[in-house]
Design a protein. Structure first.
Length: 78
């Protein structure tokens, strides 16, 4: 099994968000819990560009998809 190409901080940087550990934790705390009926990319806190990026990477099953899933899981935790 190959190690991940990207880290969660890289996903935040790619989304144009602060990417240090404290900023990531604050983002997750601020926006969680995301209701189960809302797809991650449809959450109201994303810009159109961010939502498009998330949708594209999941659809492509790209290297980013695992991190998008990780973020989705974190945002649904209570």
């Amino acid at each position: 099994m190959e190690p991940p190409v990207h880290a969660l901080k890289d996903l935040f940087a790619q989304l144009g968000l602060p990417d240090d550990a404290d900023a990531i934790a604050t983002f997750i705390r601020t926006h969680a819990p995301l209701p189960e009926r809302v797809k991650l990319a449809d959450a109201p806190f994303w810009t159109n560009a961010q939502a498009s990026f998330l949708r594209e990477k999941l659809a492509e099953d790209a290297d980013w998809a695992e991190l998008v899933d990780q973020l989705d899981t974190a945002l649904r935790a209570r």
